[in-house]
Ligand binder design. Structure first.
Ligand SMILES: Nc1nc2c(c(=O)[nH]1)N[C@H]1C(S)=C(S)[C@@H](COP(=O)(O)OP(=O)(O)OC[C@H]3O[C@@H](n4cnc5c(=O)[nH]c(N)nc54)[C@H](O)[C@@H]3O)O[C@H]1N2
Ligand SMILES: Nc1nc2c(c(=O)[nH]1)N[C@H]1C(S)=C(S)[C@@H](COP(=O)(O)OP(=O)(O)OC[C@H]3O[C@@H](n4cnc5c(=O)[nH]c(N)nc54)[C@H](O)[C@@H]3O)O[C@H]1N2
Ligand code: SF4
Ligand SMILES: [Mo]
Length: 753
């Protein structure tokens, strides 16, 4: 009798044959410009085609130049409403990392001797299924979890989340968006009633006052910054950041506050505005709830106390309040300096409170605007099926579960009745022996997660670690029991949603190397192997899944059921949500939310939300007198650098050796010269890096870019209590001088390990 498993193996072998068939067939496929189960390019083989960039959330349009149907080069798309013909270095170099020699080209399986060796797809699929099943049978379905990403198309995320939870019975799955956007998600949900960044990029050009809190767009969102530079209203640009970043240097007012005192600063500003009546009472009365209670508790934030706590002159506080009070169109923008904090949610909500009380919402050039990080973090917020049920719904809500089950044509019993553990709780679950298997997709946990020393030890306790990545060499992949080789951006189809809620398409313009497959088809093959392919029959291609997602969005604040197809998105220069059925999008449209003052809470009102500030999780001390900040180092580096370091062009644009920014005063105290080796030590670890002596950091602070693996060996695992987002930007360290020999030995050891 042919078992389901045999059928699967046969199908998997078919897949293999399709993928690695005879040279003639391969060439035919290349000529046709499309590959395994994917859609053909809708253009002539030697023409150009358009798609969005796969690095940051700006979502720039790129024009890819094709020869015989394959990408040979690219340039920024001139008419695209996001980037207007501009791109940053990563965008220009986006095709290069695809050709890197360390691409994962076949599945790899760890053998009894501990070696990771190539295996064929059928073996990889069988191993996945048997080992995950065995763990689940022994320890329960909850004992295997997945960690997903903000960097694969929405369709792939939706399929992964549905497969893992509805098909394979997993309860827990989170994503790297926890490291990044969880704080904004919680803040928006509580304040507005739905996770909905309200802005459109045109707002950068329409404001007369822009307030950036914990954001460094010159480095992290360079094309958004270009939009700010196009602003014709001679705007006040306020940058609230302990460091004098490139963005702060370009500001009209830099507020170099003491790290993590933003909450006090923002309440201090709110206090001044409230006390002076510089508020929009009509807006507050018509569209919000809780203002009077909020204002009542502000009285303790009197200026002298606030200025002292934040380490700034009272005049700076006054000037900040004046800018906001006098601005006609004030927009507030925040990023990781806010989100990655032990009190990130309340800080984000303090920004929202300021926008609400001054009526700076829903009009051009206004808004409480969280800038997203990864190319598709916004897609993952709606469709990863991790903490939210597909389409921004709730696992704990019976009606939501029934709605999703009906829309997908599945039995509601397959939908878990509770949300997932957060990323840190999954890691803790491993430590406690509750999580025994982990499937990591498109994120490099063993570099980017906080406090690596503990994490390495924790990962060793897993019985089964699966890593699905483009490269076999990532810090996480080399620790895996099974590596599944994935196609990357440029090698597959789907949609991303950018920071201003704009859908953009990505297309297959290159063939994935070897046996690497689009994540979409890896998930499909795994569904087949698991025996739950029936559930996903309608999920036949990325565009078929897009149609399913449209249905799931219907009636939600993010409703995009009015979008027709990928072709329409492509032709119009992207389409922003919401776009309910019956609404017709126009080319290069710019839409913002809350123009009518109606929020997503049942009563239509936004909420004022506040809390008492809480103490720093790890304050500086005599033993560790310096405060370590971390973040983006240059516009040419992307996160853990699995992609950007593969480009010779990009590598020339940043220091290749890990470094720490030190103030001249602290360097002098230590007798430390520029570019000398120095040991940075925290209570968790010590790393040897180069000293970059600079006025960018204040005395008492140091800064390390997150792109080097050493940085997270120092960080302290603290989290915001509401969003469980890691507080990456705050721990105590000290600097120690080291001689050249010690430094070189330490570097060599780090490279080997
Ligand atoms: N080139 C490049 N661009 C990127 C990325 C990348 O890796 N490389 N990553 C993308 C992603 S996923 C993200 S999330 C974004 C992140 O974009 P950003 O958040 O703009 O970048 P960061 O450098 O992490 O942090 C911003 C600033 O927060 C400041 N900061 C630290 N602590 C505090 C504080 O207590 N208060 C205040 N007010 N500020 C503080 C830091 O000094 C830093 O300058 O960038 C995206 N864009
Ligand atoms: N100290 C410190 N740590 C931080 C931060 C900080 O500011 N300071 N920032 C945090 C933030 S905001 C973020 S977003 C995280 C980012 O942390 P990560 O998500 O770990 O960083 P990436 O390097 O982007 O990892 C993406 C992985 O996916 C792979 N990949 C890319 N495309 C695909 C694909 O299509 N399919 C598959 N299967 N794999 C693919 C890449 O090769 C890479 O290994 O780091 C966090 N860590
Ligand atoms: S700004 Fe972001 S989306 Fe635009 S080209 Fe650079 S990395 Fe790509
Ligand atoms: Mo991020």
């Amino acid at each position: 009798m042919t078992s389901k498993w045999d059928t699967l193996l046969l199908r998997a072998k078919d897949l293999m044959r399709e993928k690695s068939g005879s040279l003639t067939r391969e060439l035919e496929r290349k000529d046709a410009g499309f590959g395994l189960g994917q859609v053909p390019l809708k253009s002539a083989p030697d023409a150009t085609t358009t798609m969005v960039c796969g690095f940051c959330s700006t979502g720039c349009g790129l024009t890819v130049h094709l020869k015989e149907g394959r990408a040979v080069n690219l340039s920024p798309t001139r008419g695209y409403p996001v980037n207007l013909g501009m791109a940053c270095p990563k965008g220009w170099e986006a095709l290069t990392p695809l050709a890197a020699p360390d691409r994962a080209v076949t599945p790899l399986l760890r053998n009894a001797r501990g070696e990771l060796l190539p295996v064929e797809w059928p073996v990889a699929l069988e191993t996945f299924v048997t080992r995950v099943r065995a763990i689940q049978e022994k320890h329960g379905p909850e004992s295997v979890a997945f960690i997903s990403t903000g960097q694969i198309p929405t369709e792939e995320m939706a399929l992964l989340g549905a497969l893992a939870k509805f098909g394979m019975g997993m309860i827990h799955g989170d994503g790297n968006t926890r490291q990044c956007m969880a704080t904004s998600v919680v803040a928006y949900k509580e304040s507005f009633g739905f996770d909905a960044p309200p802005f459109t990029y045109q707002d950068f050009e329409e404001s007369d006052v822009l307030v950036f809190v914990g954001a460094n767009p010159c480095i992290a969102h360079p094309i958004m910054w270009e939009r700010v530079c196009r602003n014709k209203h001679k705007p006040e640009i306020v940058v609230i950041d302990p460091r004098r970043t490139e963005t702060a240097m370009a500001a009209t007012l830099h507020v170099p506050l003491r790290p993590k005192t933003d909450l006090v600063l923002l309440y201090g500003v709110a206090h001044l505005l409230a006390a002076r009546g510089q508020i929009d009472r009509a807006y507050i009365d018509a569209h919000t709830k809780g203002y009077d209670e909020f204002a009542a508790q502000l009285v303790t934030y009197e200026p002298a106390h606030v200025a002292e706590t934040c380490g700034i002159p009272v005049e700076t506080l006054e000037r900040l309040a004046k800018c906001i009070a006098e601005g006609k169109r004030v927009s507030f923008w925040w990023t990781m300096g806010v989100n990655q904090s032990h009190q990130g949610v309340r800080t984000a909500q303090a920004i929202i409170d300021l926008a609400l009380m001054t009526g700076n919402m829903g009009r051009p050039g206004t808004g409480a605007n969280s800038i997203t990080g990864q190319c598709n973090a916004m897609g993952s917020r709606l469709f990863s099926n991790t903490t939210n049920l597909l389409g921004g719904r709730s696992f704990t809500d019976e009606q939501d579960r029934e709605h999703v089950a009906r829309a997908l044509g599945i039995d509601v019993v397959h939908i878990p009745t509770r949300g997932s553990l957060a990323y840190d709780q999954i890691i803790e679950g491993i430590l406690k022996g509750k999580i025994k298997g982990l499937w990591v997709i498109a994120t490099n946990t063993a570099h980017s997660w906080i406090n690596q020393a503990d994490l390495f030890d924790t990962l060793k306790r897993l019985e089964f670690l699966v890593v699905q990545d483009m490269y076999a060499t990532t810090e996480t992949a080399v620790r895996a029991d099974l590596v599944l080789p994935a196609a990357g951006w440029g090698e597959k189809d789907g949609t991303f949603i950018n920071s201003e809620r704009r859908f953009g398409v990505i297309k297959k313009v290159a063939r994935a190397p070897g046996h690497a497959l689009a994540d979409f088809y890896i998930f499909k093959a795994l569904a087949e192997a698991w025996g739950c392919a029936d559930m996903f029959e309608r999920w036949s291609s990325p565009e078929a899944v897009f149609q399913i997602m449209k249905e799931l969005s219907r009636g939600q604040p993010c409703d995009f059921s009015g979008i027709e197809s990928y072709a329409q998105i492509d032709a119009l220069g992207g389409i922003q949500w919401p776009l309910p059925t019956g609404q017709t999008p126009t080319a290069s449209e710019q839409r913002r939310l809350f123009e009518d003052g109606n929020y997503f809470h049942d009563d239509g009102r936004a909420r004022f939300i506040w809390s008492e500030p809480s103490a720093l999780p790890e304050a500086t001390s005599a033993a560790y007198p310096l405060f370590l900040l971390t973040g983006r180092g240059s516009s040419a580096q992307w996160h853990t650098e699995t992609r950007t370091k593969k480009s010779d062009v990009l590598r020339k644009l940043y220091p290749n050796v890990p470094y720490v920014e030190v103030s001249p005063l602290d360097a002098k105290k230590l007798g430390l010269g520029p570019n000398e080796w120095v040991c940075v030590r925290s209570a968790r670890g010590a790393v040897v890096v180069k000293a970059f002596v600079t006025h960018v950091v204040q005395p008492g602070h140091v800064f390390m870019p997150m792109h080097y693996a050493s940085t997270n060996q120092l960080t302290f695992a603290a989290f915001d209590p509401y969003s469980r987002q890691p507080a990456y930007k705050g721990c105590a360290v000290r600097l120690e001088r080291v001689d050249e020999l010690t430094a070189r030995t330490a570097q060599a050891t780090e490279t080997r390990s």
